[in-house]
Design a binder for this molecule. Structure first.
Ligand code: NAI
Length: 248
């Protein structure tokens, strides 16, 4: 008996990394999976196949989470194909790291649109479905730097801090409808996003982590499973740090 039997999850930006790990774990726990990606590439198609191999009903949708209309459409398409949405994971995210004095307007706007506006777009659309179902769990991917700030990431940190305010507000607005909304704040997780960081930066970060290692996408997925499942039925409006103690 899986923890998510009979549930449908919509996960944004799930072709690889943390989003993919969440999709795989949810599928193993019995959920049907609708996943989105910005591009219809090999990586995305192979993730959808992998989920089907696990035995889940899975379908990939090419949709830019930063676009309001596309997000409305993808939620409509998922309801048409799956009949419901029990879990929404707002995972899609990008970085455009640079010091503020060098940051362009494009770098600022891109990060705010993909990381923060996307969370509004998808939640705004999915909330209507969850209200009519009288239940739902929304999980937003923030970051420890949304709490602490980080030099060279003023755009990214601002987007992730914005997610925290949004998460708490949505939890307060929708709790009476049996909809929960929480955020995960991962620390340094080993994915393609962090792979491009210089070696010395990676070493320095790892040294500062009490558990002395970078996290894995599976570490984050385990918390996302808890928040999606009924194990967390009395938990809403919370930000759970998955960071090996980095921000303590
Ligand atoms: P990643 O770069 O490996 O994966 C991001 C995914 O989002 C990819 O599938 C990409 O194609 C997709 N994507 C990008 N823009 C999109 C858009 N506009 N619409 C739809 N899909 C889009 O990143 P990773 O590391 O797996 O991160 C996932 C989330 O976790 C992000 O929100 C990131 O900010 C957050 N996070 C990651 C940390 C890390 O150390 N890797 C730490 C803290 C937070």
């Amino acid at each position: 008996m899986g923890l998510l039997n009979g549930k449908t999850a919509l996960i944004t930006g799930a072709s690889r990394g943390i989003g993919k790990a969440i999709a795989v774990l949810y599928a193993r726990e019995g959920a049907d999976i609708a996943l989105t990606n910005i591009a219809d590439d090999d990586e995305f198609r192979s993730t959808v196949k992998e989920l089907e191999t696990i035995g889940a009903k899975a379908k990939g949708y090419v949709s830019n989470a930063a676009k309001f209309e596309e997000s409305q459409q993808v939620v409509k398409d998922v309801v048409r194909d799956f009949g419901r949405i029990d879990i929404l994971v707002n995972n899609a995210g990008i970085t455009r790291d640079t010091l503020l004095m060098r940051m362009t307007e494009e770098q600022w706007d891109a990060v705010i649109a993909v990381n923060l506006k996307s969370v509004f777009n998808l939640t705004r659309a999915a909330i209507m479905v969850m209200i009519s179902q009288k239940s739902g769990s929304i999980i937003n991917m923030s970051s420890v730097v949304g709490v602490s700030g980080n030099a060279g990431q003023s755009n990214y940190s601002a987007s992730k801090a914005g997610i925290i305010g949004f998460t708490k507000s949505v939890a307060k607005e929708t709790g009476s409808r049996n909809i929960r909304c929480n955020a995960i704040a991962p620390g340094f997780i080993l994915t393609e996003m962090t792979e491009k960081l210089p070696e010395d930066v990676k070493k320095e970060w790892t040294n500062k982590i009490p558990l002395k290692r970078g996290g894995t996408p599976e570490d984050v997925a385990n918390t996302a499973l808890y928040l999606a499942s009924d194990l967390s039925s009395y938990v809403t409006g919370q930000i759970i740090h998955v960071c090996g103690g980095m921000l303590t």
